[in-house]
Design a protein around this ligand. Structure first.
Ligand code: X8Z
Ligand code: ZN
Length: 633
């Protein structure tokens, strides 16, 4: 899926490696006399390599054979795991859960075996691509399994059960026999209700799905850390931080550097929202001296505040239209919304999605069974079997998410001629940023061009437009950062199960400036009420994407010859921009990410100046508005 690389999730998918071409190559080589025993049988490769290490006879050629054999062994396992996950997530039952766990376990077992073998080639002088593949084998699962079969099986079962529990999660206020509310139902309340009591109940109702996960989560941490240590990492967090072509510590420092660049913008937005909420709800509910209560921001996790835009719409500068209303008025159904997304990519020069995409994707929530509604994009066979899985509703937020998911699919397809181990994004932030970059081009001008909007709002509406977008993208920044700050501390042992929830809320307050609606304790397990924690999907990628998408957008607008303010630029229909984008996408993970970034932007560093430039008019406006009010917390 596109959170995933099977076992490697990519945001919402597992599976970025294409199998067909690679197995095609290997089949072709099957007749080749040059095919060694090691290539046919990686297990015997381990024995051979071990023997050779002791005599020092391993060569670079052996290493190349090893990585190719590893790819041919992993690919069928990845595909099988993708298929099982797809069935499990679109039809949650004890059987599909067990089958998904088995397929996952097969991937994890093979990967840890291969990762151990890969270490035998350390110290050899190797061609760059071979050395890179050796490293990537090691990093190809997010949750590494211990070599012990019983432990590895247990780990896969725990993970499948956590994923299922999240997918099945419901709140039944009148007990299990009464009417139950799904996450989608509860999210609708969080979005629309302005009654603090009702909001608090919905918030607490959803968060009650997580305490039963707590014990299994803690056990997962122990098992996965063991797997990480067996392949040479200090813990799972250190392993995750090793996936960025730089030292793990340098990566943490890089995140902090980017956060410092954008923090002033977040703090200005936070201050404004807080005093507006105080005006609305009164100082007994929201106060300038305290962090904002998490249930008042229009979203279950306080990660996207767009839904409270009506409480904040600037007088005289309202954005002037509401895409949700337009979708409803024009009766644009979920599949129609997806077609708008596809047409945008096609306008840049990308080929249409395959027919099977339309036949096999899940666009809406089935009524007859439990599914994982959290949106994801998949490349089941690592070739052309692209799909998305969403519970689309007729609303602006889902219109954006569709573009997000399609970004994964078009990336997957662009790198499908790369060798298997390179069928991934330059780093995981890139995968998450592509569709969002396109969604930044969903401007009023664009909506008018495609017939969804009659009148483009004048420049005087810019503050409203920017505010709406900032409530999504700027509000998200600290959330994007803190999820993995929490997990890094959990995996390193700095935070133990006795402190899971306390540490969680400390980070929520420190980075987001928010507080729980009511007192929480270690009876709760609030992190588990967020999909990516229950499903073990790394999250720093979304923070990176939140910054990178503006850097990409700025570069593509430049490429298209656009000269005006960044927030009014749309690259719709621009083939030059499309070609430039494709150049980077097609590289997959074959080169260190700074080179991919350079191919698109001409820049080698991740850089928050683009997001700051984009929101500069809003920042100035917010700082005016905030005069006399408390800023920061
Ligand atoms: O999980 C997602 C995507 C799938 S990769 C829908 N996102 C994060 C989230 O929902 O928490 C996109 C934004 C952040
Ligand atoms: Zn994603």
């Amino acid at each position: 899926m596109s959170f995933a690389n099977n076992g490697r999730k990519i945001g919402a998918t597992v599976g970025l490696f294409a199998i067909f071409v690679v197995s095609g190559i290997l089949v072709a080589r099957g007749d080749d006399k040059a095919m060694t025993t090691e290539m046919r049988n990686p297990r015997s490769a381990e024995a051979t390599a071990l023997a050779q290490t002791t005599t020092g006879t391993l060569t670079a050629e052996d290493a190349r054979h090893f990585v190719e054999a590893a790819e041919s062994r992993l690919l069928p396992l990845w595909v099988a795991a993708q298929r099982s996950s797809w069935v499990q997530e679109t039809f949650i039952t004890p059987d599909t859960e067990e089958m998904a766990a088995e397929a996952d376990q097969a991937v994890k077992a093979a990967t840890s075996e291969l990762a151990a073998q890969a270490r035998l080639y350390e110290g050899l002088k190797l061609p760059e691509d071979v050395a890179r593949k050796l490293k990537l084998i090691n990093l190809s699962v997010d949750i590494p399994a211990p070599r012990d079969t019983a432990e590895s099986t247990e780990l896969s079962q725990i993970n499948a059960s956590l994923q299922s529990d999240y997918g099945k999660g419901k709140w039944c206020p009148d007990g299990p026999q009464g009417k139950c509310l799904s996450l989608n139902d509860l999210e609708r309340i969080m979005a629309a209700s302005r009654d603090p009591k009702e909001l608090e109940r919905a918030w607490a109702g959803w968060h009650a799905i997580a305490p039963p996960m707590r014990k299994r989560y803690a056990r997962m941490v122990v098992l996965a850390n063991k797997g990480a240590r067996e392949t040479g990492f200090a813990d799972v967090g250190a392993m995750w931080r090793s996936n960025y072509d730089m030292a793990p510590d340098a990566f943490s420092a890089e995140l902090d550097r980017l956060w410092q660049q954008v923090r002033p913008l977040y703090v200005s937005l936070h201050a404004h929202v807080r005093w507006k909420l105080e005006e609305k709800y009164g100082a007994g509910v929201v106060s300038e001296d305290r962090p904002i209560p998490a249930h008042l921001l229009g979203n279950m996790w306080s990660q996207d505040w767009t839904n409270i835009y009506p409480l904040l719409a600037p007088a005289n500068a309202d954005s002037g239209f509401d895409l949700t209303e337009i979708l409803k008025a024009k009766k644009i159904e979920p599949v129609g919304m997806v077609h708008y997304g596809e047409r945008f990519f096609m306008s840049l020069g990308f080929a249409a999605l395959p027919q099977t995409f339309w036949e096999r994707s899940m666009f809406t929530k089935p009524q007859d069974r439990d599914v994982v509604c959290h949106a994801s994009a998949w490349d089941i066979d690592y070739v052309e079997d692209l799909r998305i899985k969403m519970c689309i509703e007729q609303k602006s937020e889902d219109f954006t998410t569709i573009h997000h998911e399609l970004g994964h699919n078009f990336y997957q397809r662009a790198y499908d001629t790369q060798p298997a181990l390179f069928r991934n994004s330059a780093n995981d932030g890139f995968h998450e940023a592509i569709g969002d970059t396109i969604a930044l081009s969903v401007t009023p001008e664009y909506l008018k061009q495609i017939g969804l909007l009659e009148n483009v709002p004048p420049a005087s509406s810019d503050i409203g437009l920017l505010m709406k977008r900032a409530l999504d993208k700027v509000a998200f920044l600290p959330f994007g950062l803190l999820i993995d700050k929490w997990r890094w501390e959990v995996f390193s042992g700095q935070v133990t199960p006795e402190n899971y929830n306390k540490a969680w809320w400390e980070l929520r307050e420190k980075y987001q400036g928010i507080a729980p609606p009511s007192a929480r304790s270690e009876e709760d397990f609030d992190p588990g009420a967020k999909y990516h924690v229950a499903a073990n999907v790394p999250y720093a990628r979304y923070f990176l994407a939140a910054i990178l998408q503006y850097q990409f957008h700025r570069a593509l607008c430049r490429e298209s010859g656009y000269k005006g303010p960044l927030h009014r630029c749309s690259i719709y229909n621009n083939k030059e921009a499309g070609a430039r984008l494709n150049k980077m996408l097609a590289m997959g993970e074959s080169r260190p990410w700074p080179e991919a970034l350079e191919a698109l932007t001409g820049e080698k560093q991740m850089d928050a100046t683009a997001i700051l430039e984009y929101y500069a008019p809003l920042k100035q406006w917010l700082d005016e508005q905030n005069k006399g009010y408390k800023v920061d917390w």
